[in-house]
Design a protein around this ligand. Sequence first.
Ligand SMILES: [Mg+2]
Length: 216
Amino acid sequence: MTGVKELLQEKDHVFLDFDGPVCDVFARLPASEVADRLKRLIEPEVIASADPFDVLRYAASCGPNAAHVVERQLNRFEGEAVALISPAPGIAEVLREWRAQGFTVTIVSNNSVDAIRSFLGLHELAVHIRGISARTTSDPALLKPGPALLDAAVKALATSPGQCVMVGDSAADILAARSAGVASIALAKTPSKRKALAALDPDALVTDLADLRLAP
Ligand SMILES: [Mg+2]
């Protein structure tokens, strides 16, 4: 694995995951509660997972109508969830520094574009963000770990994958980056995440947002 600063300095564009690096989306309205509410929309409720995105994937396997209903509600719950939380400590400073050093930052996230836009606006972070490539449809195939959101971000910037780096805190971020031909930096704040993400061989791994700062 390369040093994170060297890796960043080789790139022009940062793709930043939302849930984790920017904020903890389901800190106040728990993901398990959201998953339970979504499961009530599906007949029969056979899915055990407490992850709202697993419920969406399951709904999509039932058919496009079920997926649409679940995705719309998930969008609403994400909006509720992000209204209750604050930005991750230190993220504003990192974003400000990246922008000052000439990087563009695009949020690349499986969360709904509406929830992300409202959160960034509310906390005055939008000024640092060039674009948002996030969920706009109920098709889970278009979400990470697939490359579609990263491909769209590359296209929107009229650049090439080699000029971009994805920063994220889950396996899906590292896998999506690899499929899109984009370098990856894993953000692993706990020992268990560190172990899980290191096993996926990201280009770099950091344990804290502050490690992503370039200033001495
Ligand atoms: Mg995340």
